[in-house]
Design a protein. Sequence first.
Lengths: 511, 254
Amino acid sequence: MLFDRIETFFSIIMGIATDPMSIAILFGSVVLGIIFGAMPGLTSTLGVALLTALTYGMDTAMAMICLLAIYVGGTYGGSYAAILINIPGTAAAAATALDGYPLACRGEGGRAIGLTTTASAIGTAISMIFVVSISPIISHFALQFTSFEFFLLAFFGILISGTLTSPDLVIKGWIAGFLGLFLACVGRDLLQFYPRFTFGYSQLDSGVEVVPVLIGAFGIPQIIQVLKDRFQIGETQKLQRIIPEIGTVVRNIPAIIRSALIGVGIGAVPGIGEDIAGWVSYGTAKNTSKHPETFGKGELQGVLASETANNACVGGAQIPLLNLGIPGSPPAAMLLGALMLHGVTPGPMITFEHPTFIMEVAAILLLASCAMWVAGMLLAKQVVKVLRIPTQIFMPIIGMLCIIGSYSLGLNIFNLYLMLPVGIIAYFLTEMGYPIAPLVIGVILGPMADENLRRALMVSQGSFMPVFTRPVALLLFLIIVWTVLSQFQFYKNLKANVLANIFRKKQSPGA
Amino acid sequence: MMDKQNLRKADIFSGTVISLFGLWIVSQALKMPMKDSWGGVQNVWYVSPALFPLFVGAMIALLGALLTRTALKSVGILELGRTLTWLWSSDLVRFLGTPTVIRFYAMAVLFSGFVFLNIPRIDFFLCSVLFLVVFISMFHFDDDSLLIKLLLFYLAGTVITFVFFVLEFPKLLEGHITYAGDWLTLAFILAYCMYAWVLIRPTPVMRRKYRTSLILAVIAPFLIGPIFKYLLLVPMPTEGLVVTLMDAIRYWDF
């Protein structure tokens, strides 16, 4: 069985590596991803969103090569701007800027980019191992799930995403998630085909199209923010010869593995992106370092930790996406939309419906990491030139791409009527401190939550008892309750009181 | 994102609006069949299409109310009163006229005009060129007074285009001019370019920016459009003057 899987894996790799078209698309998408990541204001999520429209005519395997490659390249590309101009190209590279920019100021920009390239490639490759090894276990486990578990899982995904991505109050993240769930309610319901919130528009009968909503929610606010606030790219530091820094990487193998594990773990939590992985890994590296005072002043370990983790997050995000149908990060949410367009429904049944699909994803991740390393080493100096393009020039073009992209998925002008208002509302929400990721996750997981809640109640004849009698459902329910309660002050006070009492009791016998 | 103090003030309003929105969802969900029959099927409450929207609406209303309460506790009634006074004062009007807000209006007008007015009625390539030439030049010039002048010019052109289509001129002119809307847009693009040129002509830096804007506004649609139209076989939202010309070139259909 294991050998069969290994054989399949390598035959897929060989299949892709020997097909010139696949290789051209792989390299093209990685380079495009790096450009998207490098340009401050553009993100890998937007890159995946815009490229989804172009993959519509491709077969699923080719589309996955294209989208995963741009995702991997985009996550890595953010480090260019972070290192050379101290502005992270993407949020994922924010932690990289802390040590990357001081390195560039010292004339070691080439060294820093070489290190991020190698670390990112290793991070992606390690995450690929987890995709292959953990997926069958999760998939097997998820097959035991009933509708109650799926409802609770979807609900947990929205709550945890809201909790961890909110830049302000946690409650705002939850509100964003529920607004996404509301958008998912629009259209005829899946059990009785009753029209909900359609207001007589037949175009809304099939519900809101996910991809235009995602493009609107991620693309339009980005364009408005960058141009409204007159975002200017600063002076670029000089880039010297790019060095792969293999020696530094070998010396830091334990730190790399730790960062990759953090990245995979955070990626596997629904809705949390590469930025959090980068920060957590950076913080851990700093806390465990013998010389924490060197962090922030051009410490190579800081760059290594953040870049390994954010790229490992790419693979981590695929684990819940492929096995449970729950996206692990915002770009993974876009990938889910793209997969649905191509007729692939991720979830526990994926191993039966598309037996080699997870292997294909793992193989693409490995090849994308190799392509990223090669492109990073050879083309970094050329790619850096894009940092000189003023944002006022490329943002309107991105706006046009958002529009043609939303239209082309379904050839429906109504998609545009939906995309633009969603984009403008998303902009106001962002300005007021509401995160967008939970909204998007809500739109995606809404149908799953709705259908499974009612199906579960149908089976139990309206009883909620299975939540308390089924171990996984109970565990999920308790986690949800804890996630909610832990945000309230009374819970924090209660916890502090209980801990103080226990501590006092432990001390008193000896006193 | 705003600073914390202003965020809390905004939270009072956003929380209230969200709470009311949640209540509206609940009210709409209550109109859905709960236990009565729908499509010949006798419902029970737990398969009702209202169940999930009721849950979502109730949660939105509750969380919105909680947000308002938290924000009110943080800001205090006195500060809320001051904010409400500000909302009725001339300061609000002054705020709405700040360059940052005007930049937002410009983008909102451009996107709305492109999506709601031009794309469904005008040849995709022409309306894209118009969108890009206005968008890139407005922001690339990086001058607030110029932006306002160009925005007003664009607004005037958009109003004319709107009236042109509302009064159904394309139908009236059908026998005399084909693609009347497209010709009007072409004239609009030329007029805009001339107006912008008149405004920026004295400054060499602006002239360079003008050239860049114009070149990119023309090149981008003609690079991206054919990929969708001829490679991905995506028909354009509206195919008119330029698409017909491109089809003729592509298929040598002279």
